[in-house]
Ligand binder design. Sequence first.
Ligand code: ADP
Length: 499
Amino acid sequence: MEDRPLRILLIAAEVVPFAKTGGLADVAGALPKALRELGHDVRVCLPRYGFVDKERFDLKKVLEPYPVPMNSGAERAEIFSTEIGRGVPVYLVDNAKFYDREGIYMYPDDADRFVFLCRAALEMARRLEWAPDIVHCNDWHTAVIPNWLSTIYKDDPFFTKTASAFTIHNLAYQGVFGHRVLEIAGLARYEFDVPPELSPNCQINFMGRGLYYANVINAVSPTYAQEILTPEYGEGFDWLLRARRDRLFGILNGIDYEVLNPATDPHLAAHYSVNDPGPKQADKAALQAEAGLAVSPETPLIGMISRLSDQKGFDLVGQVAETLLTNLDLQLVVLGTGDERYHRLFTDMHERFPTRTAVFLTFNTPLAQRIYAGSDMFLMPSRFEPCGLGQLIAMRYGSVPIVRRTGGLADTVQEYRPELGTGNGFTFGPYDSLAMFAAIVKAVANYAHRNAWQALVTRCLSMDYSWRTSAEKYVDLYRRALSSREENPVPAEFTEVPG
Ligand code: ADP
């Protein structure tokens, strides 16, 4: 395969450090830096949300307003740019009507907002005279692009060599809208090209389009890439993924080892590393004080940082909280936002156990980093987990993960075996509160063996989940996308359809 550097346009709804609700932003902010280090010309594109401050990020205007076709008319996009890492251009698409909002998602016009992002990004590439080899699409927000490259842009000379890669960060969020979105996306006249199974209940499903049309697909861990082939995890698209399994890969996410570094993290009270782990104790004491808990080095402190959604397994925590907090000597620090019922669950828990728990129902990155550093253990009992970054960041900060063995959690956390000196955490299999409870009991019991525990912490601190290895796998994926576009530009036939 040819070895030349690639031109990669990565488009995402959220990118660190500009906008973040979850792991997608971490990936979109860190993978491009690693691709750049490998010598590729990678550029990133996202909306210029109203809260992305032009001065703080030193945004410079690179394109005057230009028309972006939408429906029968056009909306105007303006492009600002800045850089991340060592010379990765980031383009921010500005349009006050669509993006001047307080949040990122959950607006009634989300379909319009993300179709606009995608179309503005492709038209931007043309105006910059920078034809990408690869458009790297992420989740449903950008899933219309593979559909376009096979339809409205198919005969466009500027994009004839452009292939698409589609990454599934979370199959559960699919972008389902009424038929009107096809008009907005200029796809109404191609509707009969698409198998009707892709539009269940006459709804347009962006995720399905991405999976059907992309030249290659990947999920963010090898285990999740397998799990989504089954009805249990396939979110209604396991049949399509099975049909396209020759183009489906699993590539584990990394984390940004420069930003997430306990030796230099500006948010921490004390700095430490694998060679000098001692000061982590000071971060624990600082966290206990900040959280209003007793400053007690001997009490194991469990951290949880997460979107509060059904996916993350907090109902299991709710089921055993009483037993856990009355029978075990431990402290629990929770940071998260999301569904109201989990806000209530954790608020109630704190009311019942005010000296044992601290609950922060906000989104706060500096506090998150202090919790990773100050906790002894990190709990992720997810129902499903495409990759999970929490456990990787926790290990980077020497906090031992306690996880359910699913998706990327199964790929990155191996059961601790003190007698062999192997493993890096505590795991449980069934989605069951008692199984989780047993894993926590085991972790707390092991915490009492101070020397062995310290060796376990050191093992976590020395794991390498930086991006380099995974970035190399993405480059292989992109080259596959290019050859697959040349060989077989139309989507594969499928024989199996939903039952
Ligand atoms: P997901 O993408 O499903 O939300 P991940 O574990 O892959 O889950 O990534 C979550 C990311 O978001 C991590 O970087 C985590 O630290 C961060 N995060 C989640 N909730 C919060 C919060 N309330 N405050 C700060 N950071 C958070």
